[in-house]
Design a protein around this ligand. Structure first.
Ligand SMILES: O=C(O)c1ccccc1N[C@@H]1O[C@H](COP(=O)(O)O)[C@@H](O)[C@H]1O
Length: 209
């Protein structure tokens, strides 16, 4: 099985971005959702991205952002990939002509394959846990057995992943990639370099099994 890729989301500091890259992360996530404790300004995002070495994917996370707000951020910040984490329609996601992944928040009874099929232009589908009233970053996991064996798009598994459970998640789900925020933090918005390294080592361990 090819190594499962890792994205470390909710980066707010240059040192955390560099710790993620140093540990082997493939992507870092920058949250442009003002209500998140991990939200970054355009200036912060630009400074973090400017400090990165090449070949690290920069992902901008949005939750039902207006066209105007998102357009202004895209003009100012060199993002490689957009992550739509709200209730955005397929048309809204497609409208920026940028590669994107669509997050679906999973609850029992969902037809995940059918929901994913609504986004034919997505580069990948991210599955996170449904928690009423919160769009994501909750630190809650969901029942991975709800995930269909075959999805039409690369699957990015998220939701409550930690250094302790991610190897099991990788073995069970065999995703294309995993995404973590709270599970590698010292406090909201501040990452813990040791937890990041332990997380990525566990992803590699799970991939090799
Ligand atoms: O990180 C946030 O604050 C956030 C806010 C709003 C929507 C999504 C958010 N983060 C994403 O949520 C999932 C799961 O995070 P966690 O590992 O359970 O903390 C992940 O995809 C984050 O990118």
């Amino acid at each position: 099985m090819p190594a499962v890729r890792s994205k470390i989301c909710g980066i707010t500091r240059i040192e955390d971005a560099l710790a993620a890259v140093d540990a082997g992360a493939d992507a870092i996530g920058l949250v442009f959702y003002r209500r998140s404790p991990r939200a970054v300004s355009v200036q912060q995002a630009r400074a973090i991205i400017a400090a990165l070495p090449p070949f690290v994917t920069t992902v901008g996370l949005f939750v039902d952002a207006s066209r105007c707000e998102l357009g202004e951020i895209l003009d100012a910040v060199p993002l490689d990939l957009l992550q739509f984490h709200g209730d955005e329609s397929a048309d809204a996601c497609d409208g920026y002509h940028r590669p994107f992944i669509k997050a679906l928040r999973v609850k029992p009874g969902d037809d995940i394959a059918a929901l994913a099929a609504r986004y034919p232009k997505a580069s990948g589908i991210l599955l996170d846990t449904y928690v009423a009233g919160v769009p994501g970053g909750t630190g809650e996991s969901f029942d991975w057995s709800l995930i269909p064996r075959e999805l039409s798009k690369p699957l990015i598994l998220a939701g409550g992943l930690t250094p302790d459970n991610v190897a099991d998640a990788v073995r069970q789900v065999r995703p294309y990639a995993v995404d973590v925020s709270g599970g590698v933090e010292a406090s909201k918005g501040i990452k813990d370099a040791q937890k990041i390294r332990a997380f990525i080592d566990a992803v590699k361990g799970g991939s090799a099994a």
